[in-house]
Design a binder for this molecule. Sequence first.
Ligand SMILES: Cc1cc2nc3c(=O)[nH]c(=O)nc-3n(C[C@H](O)[C@H](O)[C@H](O)COP(=O)(O)OP(=O)(O)OC[C@H]3O[C@@H](n4cnc5c(N)ncnc54)[C@H](O)[C@@H]3O)c2cc1C
Length: 390
Amino acid sequence: MFEEALSDEERLIRDTVRDFAERELAPGAADRDEAEHYDRSLFQGLAALGLTGAPFPESVGGGGLSYRAWTLVMEEIGAADMAVAVSLSVHVLSQSPVVRWGTPEQHERWLVPMLRGERMGAFALTEPGAGSDAAAIRLRATRIGPADAPAAYRLDGTKIWISNAPEAERYLVFATLDPEAGPSAIAAFLVEKGTPGFEFGRKERKLGIRANPASELVFRGAEVPVANRLGAEGEGYRIALSSLGEGRISIAAACTGIARAALEAAARYVSDRQAFGGPLTDQQGIRFMLAEMAQRVATARALTRAAAEAKDRGQPIAEASSLAKWTASDAAMSVASDAVQLFGAAGYSRENPVERYLRDAKGAQIYEGTNQVHRLIVAEQLLRGLGLPE
Ligand SMILES: Cc1cc2nc3c(=O)[nH]c(=O)nc-3n(C[C@H](O)[C@H](O)[C@H](O)COP(=O)(O)OP(=O)(O)OC[C@H]3O[C@@H](n4cnc5c(N)ncnc54)[C@H](O)[C@@H]3O)c2cc1C
């Protein structure tokens, strides 16, 4: 298959992660999915490889990996088991704002154990009444102590669909000081599992990535010290949005992995399957399907790398990361669907991996911003770039 040029270092990283993914992740992926079993030892394996803090600067204790190289990592993990890829991506997403907005004390106390993979993170934004319209969150933060110098905050409300919960120990939680005031009243809080008044509600019953848990978070008067507020009051919305571009690149890379795995499985199957006097690959119609699937994989990968390279150059990534995530998740979905088709009835069976790829891909069109929201972002950037009213 078409492969772009990689440096020796990038090739080494890619091959190391591919080896781990093929040995440790892929073999048990179907069983974990069937049992909805989250295997924490896999996260520890990722930590041992230095991946739980890889794309962060060495100055804060991260691995100093470029985003371009990070997309190689995520593609390999996504190809082996998307549930593990999402778990790692969310863990990284929950640290990004702390790297950027955290105080030196928060870096030391909160971030370092997460970078090392000793603690797992989750990113808690979505609520029953606030998904795409994230500024509409209602989870209430009430100051304890004087308004200008509170000692702590009390959190009350519910988050839903929080990936890695209840496994994760550390939650980046967005709350509002005034539900009527919109984005300007939102603040971000670092909340530890076990905080009195913070509990887990219903576990989400998912179509795909079933081996990655997601659950409700329920706050009933949970007290969070002021030292655990990330950034200032009112900066929470900017903090939430500030890392989503990186998260989208990460998911785009993992989706490229799903699409690649689905294509490879389908190509092997049709070259083996005999019909009409020879292998199915003798049929031009089948070859056209394979070629079009390969085109979608290559497009997803190219846009993902372009977004990662823009991030590495320090350029704005809103448009590039939206294009990458939207294109790659659509590619994963359509290539997986074609792979099921090429397997025939065998593709519809849970005995083969392609139906899992299809189920796993669907979610990626919804989380990290739905693909409709990405169209809105791309159109907004386009109009802005042309100096037209947004
Ligand atoms: C597997 C999975 C894992 C998740 N993990 C997390 C997590 O870890 N943390 C977290 O905070 N959230 C998480 N989420 C939630 C996710 O971020 C939201 O589901 C997503 O933002 C969409 O919100 P919603 O489900 O409320 O849909 P809605 O916002 O209600 O949208 C419903 C439909 O309307 C469309 N739509 C909405 N607004 C517009 C518009 N302006 N123009 C055109 N179409 C529009 C949407 O695209 C969608 O198709 C997860 C979701 C899933 C499925």
